[in-house]
Design a protein around this ligand. Structure first.
Ligand code: AN7
Length: 354
């Protein structure tokens, strides 16, 4: 036990217990996920004329929003007597599954598209002791394989088709409303397998139904242009984008995401890799390091602004879904390279122009 009264965020299950499908008997497997910063962006607010907030879900224990869903999925798996879990992943789900399975002493296997997951995510998955199997194919093929495996063998699937994942991830919407004491007008989020946007709509809908909020936000989801099946209205066989986290051609929660956008009077739209990288650098220069896929939400904000589709003074939340350290390659590629300097203060001062 921590000391009585010691302030510590307890993780999303304890903080939002009454909103989640658990009982007093559900064992809670937690790494104290959630409770992530909601940071106002002065520069994006000034540029767009809106009140812009960044929900930094990269501050979760394994560096992505997946932890919100994984605490619940792994807790329920333990409750149901599972001995092993499996997932397909573009990297963040596998990092999170590996960590929570380690915490629960469960066997974890992950199926990833060969050569297509960021180095940091691979490092996490391996260090937490998961079995990593590389599939010669993309994420969509790996997910079909994982589903098949879970249908036929005694292993629990912890991709977002597992309903407990979405139930856990909806807590991001709760935290945003709790912090603002209202729902935002617009809620912008990257879309890959389309689980997260669906879960956020679930969260806002729960709060609306309970009267905690009175107006829901409009939800806007952003896919990468080369991996935008929902925008195109058909699966993409060979999805391509530098944002490997959302390199997905046939999202599992396609219909749910479309309903979320429709019911909230929002939309699912596409942004280019160029827009994603510009947004990525921009939030980094404000002190928040988010991985490229995460920056799709901010790219989307600037896209809506450029097209004149923002109402002045609207309260806007952009979700930054994953930490930039997972995929440092892009940070280094786009920055000035370090310089070597002689080890005396005068030389350093000259170099810095002081
Ligand atoms: C940083 O890890 O699909 O639309 O297998 O890692 O709920 O899929 C990751 C997705 C956005 C898209 N941002 O969320 C996986 C995986 C980041 C991500 C998404 C992902 P969904």
């Amino acid at each position: 036990m921590t000391a009585a009264g010691a302030p510590q965020w307890r993780g999303i299950i304890e903080e939002y217990r009454e909103w989640l499908p658990i009982t007093a008997d559900t064992p809670v497997v937690t790494l104290r996920e959630g409770g992530t910063p909601l940071v106002r962006s002065e520069t994006l607010s000034a540029e767009t004329g809106c009140d812009v907030w960044l929900k930094y879900d990269g501050a979760n224990p394994t560096g992505s929003f997946k932890d919100r869903g994984m605490t619940l999925a792994i807790s329920k798996a333990i409750e149901e007597g599972a001995k092993a879990v499996v997932c397909a992943s573009t990297g963040n789900t596998s990092a999170s599954a590996a960590a929570y399975a380690a915490k629960a002493a469960l066997t974890c296997a992950v199926l990833v598209p060969k050569g297509k997951i960021a180095l940091g995510k691979m490092a996490q998955t391996l260090v937490h002791g998961a079995r990593v199997l590389e599939v010669d194919g993309n994420f969509d093929a790996a997910l079909e394989l994982a589903k098949d495996l879970a249908d036929r063998y005694p292993v629990t699937l912890v991709n977002s088709v597992n309903r407990f994942r979405l139930e856990g991830q909806k807590t991001a919407a709760f935290e945003i409303c709790d912090a603002l004491a209202r729902a935002p007008d617009l809620h912008l989020v990257p879309v890959g397998n389309a689980g997260n946007i669906s879960s956020h709509w679930l969260g806002y809908s729960d709060y609306l139904e309970a009267g905690v909020i009175h107006e829901p936000p409009r939800l806007f989801g952003f896919q990468a242009k080369g991996a935008a099946p929902i925008v195109l209205g058909e699966p993409v066989k060979d999805p391509q984008t530098i944002a490997t986290a959302i390199r997905i051609g046939n999202p599992a929660s396609w219909e749910k995401a479309l309903s979320a956008a429709k019911e909230s009077e929002g939309a699912i739209l596409a942004v280019t890799d160029r827009e994603i990288l510009a947004a990525y650098r921009r939030v980094a220069r404000e002190g928040l390091f988010a991985e490229p896929a995460s920056a799709a939400s901010v790219a989307g904000l600037l896209h809506l602004h450029a097209e004149g589709n923002l109402t002045a003074d609207a309260t806007v939340v952009c979700v930054l879904t994953g930490h930039g350290l997972k995929d440092p390659e892009w940070a280094i590629a786009g920055a000035a390279q370090p310089q070597t300097v002689r080890g005396d203060p005068a030389a350093v001062a000259t170099e810095l122009g002081l």
